[in-house]
Design a protein around this ligand. Sequence first.
Ligand code: UDP
Ligand code: MG
Length: 137
Amino acid sequence: MERTFAIIKPNAFADGNSGKILGRIYEEGFKVVGLKKLYMSIVEAEGFYHVHQEKPFFGELTDFMASGPCIVMVLEAEGAIKKWRDLMGATNPADAAPGTLRKEFGQSLGENATHGSDAPDTAAFEIGYFFSGLELL
Ligand code: UDP
Ligand code: MG
């Protein structure tokens, strides 16, 4: 079993799509190991996305992630990292396949409804950034 880190981003939370997204998560067979709502500060968003700090979209991205509440989750499944990225679809909702979460709930390249870790090392960092071991029992 593998674990990945996922976010229902502020646009999807504000639009009232958290329930639908969670429904898809359960339908696809993920186990929800950790889940909480939080409202990130800019500093917290900058730390989370530190790998993107040199990118031109870093300011826009961190402003967006701190613009409202979101839901952070730890999801478990066989091949969870790829399985969750496949369910999310392409980064840009305009390029995402029909039936993917970003196609259905994303508004734009920035406000693309969900986040998912891209590799085992980033999943480990991202899970530890938001969850303690006791929250994942
Ligand atoms: N993003 C953006 N502009 C870009 C590329 C990315 O606003 O040109 C945002 C988008 O919300 C994306 C996040 O930055 O989800 C992280 O980018 P990454 O390339 O890691 O995409 P992801 O792994 O989320 O598909
Ligand atoms: Mg990424």
